[in-house]
Design a protein around this ligand. Structure first.
Ligand SMILES: Nc1nc2c(ncn2[C@@H]2O[C@H](COP(=O)(O)OP(=O)(O)OP(=O)(O)O)[C@@H](O)[C@H]2O)c(=O)[nH]1
Length: 207
């Protein structure tokens, strides 16, 4: 409810979870949805709907847990349809697998190319399997630097160990999606005013 007693409209967010095979995309998603870590997940593509209250507002997440085909050309893991559908992206790698970090880098590049055509879109990079420190191949700094250099959020988590990490990832992305929407709306408002003013002035010049 707002101060004036009006019900705030429901927030809807389409989130696409990407990354190489076996990095924990399903584990992260299922953790957020159920608070539980099951251990083994069916490797099929799924879209889940999850209705929750976030910061006092009704929110409906649609979460697309994608599957990256074996031996992929990583960039082609993402289709145009997926890119159009998503309001925000979670790119997952395993801190124990250098190749999965490269996949995230390539997928990020593809998303940023699309951004040129479709406008900005929030991305959060997630280094998963933080509990497996003894197998670590990617330092936290590498993950953080990639995120900083490409204007993304960054978290290292263990979907196996805690629920909190997955919660923070989805909530931060939701906040970024909401901010992105309001800045797009604001910009299109200003652009609209500029466009109509230039139409008026060009008409005057020709009168
Ligand atoms: N130790 C550890 N294992 C994890 C973690 N997250 C996931 N796993 C394990 O990693 C394996 C793959 O997890 P999934 O969630 O199926 O990974 P995925 O990226 O969805 O895999 P695909 O569906 O094949 O693309 C499973 O055996 C999980 O139990 C984690 O944080 N720590």
């Amino acid at each position: 409810m707002t101060e004036t007693g009006h019900q705030q409209p429901k927030v809807e967010a389409n989130i696409l979870v990407l990354g190489a095979e076996n990095v924990g995309k399903s584990a992260l998603t299922v953790r957020f949805l159920t608070r539980r870590f099951i251990g083994e997940y069916v490797g099929t593509e799924s879209i889940y709907t999850h209705n929750v209250t976030v910061d006092g507002r009704e929110t409906s997440f649609s979460i697309w847990d994608s599957v990256c085909p074996q031996n992929p050309n990583a960039q082609n893991c993402i289709t145009e349809d997926q890119l159009r559908w998503a309001d925000g992206f979670i790119l997952v790698y395993s801190i124990c697998e250098r190749d999965s970090f490269s996949v995230v880098r390539q997928q990020l590049h593809r998303i940023r190319q699309m951004k040129k055509r479709h406008g900005p879109v929030p991305v959060i990079i997630v280094g998963n399997k933080r509990d497996l420190q003894h197998h670590r191949e990617i330092t936290s700094e590498e993950g953080r630097m990639l995120a900083l250099s490409s204007d993304c959020g960054f978290f290292e988590i263990s979907a196996a160990e805690t629920y909190h990490g997955s919660l923070v990832v989805f909530h931060q992305l939701l906040e970024a999606v909401r901010e992105n929407r309001s800045s797009v709306k604001k910009n299109s408002g200003i652009k609209g005013i500029v466009r109509s003013m230039s139409a008026v002035f060009s008409r005057r010049r020709t009168e």
